[in-house]
Ligand binder design. Structure first.
Ligand SMILES: [Fe+2]
Length: 241
């Protein structure tokens, strides 16, 4: 089974992911050994935390692509950003400093886990109104959505998409995240499962860990394929899901 990992932090020197090229390569090897055959590199675009990573991300991506072409010729790599939503982010989007997923209309967006519900909703509404197609990163993490899954359904109806982290399925990040992961999958509100891998120790780039839980939830093999490959493939090729 091949995986498309659409949310990763393997580029070094641009955020809190890989700290050097050695770790970048180790992350790629670990992902490949787990069955990943396509990856979108999504360094954080959070200027207040990491500065403007646009040019540095491109350079790190080109270096990683050269390494991957030698070591893993059947591995596809794409470049995007994970936008840490902030009030004036639209200017970074319009001038291209913050990248959508592989240049598509889809944009990976995250918020702090404790974000107030009103901030989350207003941010997503704004992006939708501006014509972007937001993909809410690791939706299982937001405390505010515990009592607002109905909003998540409305968000999806309005054209939004939902990404979950594979490791949340196992409870690795806590009981709350695991419970929310299951609820969102069972409500059929998830589109993409990714690793959000940052390092080879505590936030590994593994996709396969979610499979036993999806099977336990009686998710069909076709749906699992969509969640772990086909929908991400459609997104980076700017196709409708
Ligand atoms: Fe991330």
């Amino acid at each position: 089974m091949a995986f498309f990992d659409m949310h990763t932090h393997f580029l070094c020197g641009v955020d809190d992911g890989a700290k050097d090229e050695h770790e970048s390569h180790a992350l790629l090897r670990m992902a490949y050994a787990d069955g990943t055959r396509a990856i979108c590199l999504t360094p954080h675009f959070s200027p207040y935390l990491f500065g403007d990573t646009s040019a540095a991300s491109e350079r790190a991506f080109e270096r990683l692509r050269e390494y991957a072409a030698e070591e893993f010729p059947d591995l596809e790599l794409y470049l995007g950003h994970e936008l840490g939503y902030y009030d004036s982010c639209l200017s970074a989007l319009s001038d291209g400093r913050c990248r959508t997923l592989a240049g598509s209309r889809y944009l990976l967006v995250d918020f702090p886990a404790g974000v107030p519900f009103s901030t989350l909703r207003q941010g997503m509404d704004r992006l939708l109104q501006m014509g972007y197609t937001p993909v809410l990163a690791h939706a299982e993490r937001y405390r505010a959505l515990k009592h607002h899954l109905k909003w998540l359904a409305e968000f999806v109806i309005c054209g939004g998409y939902v990404q979950l982290n594979a490791s949340s399925a196992t409870g690795e990040y806590g009981k709350f995240e695991q419970k929310q992961f299951k609820k969102i999958v069972q409500a059929d509100l998830a589109h993409v499962i990714s690793s959000d891998g940052h390092n080879t120790e505590t936030r590994k780039p593994l996709m396969s860990v979610c499979l036993p839980i999806l099977e336990e939830l009686q998710i069909s093999p076709e749906k699992i394929h969509r969640l772990t490959w086909a929908n991400a493939y459609a997104i980076v090729h700017n196709k409708r899901i």
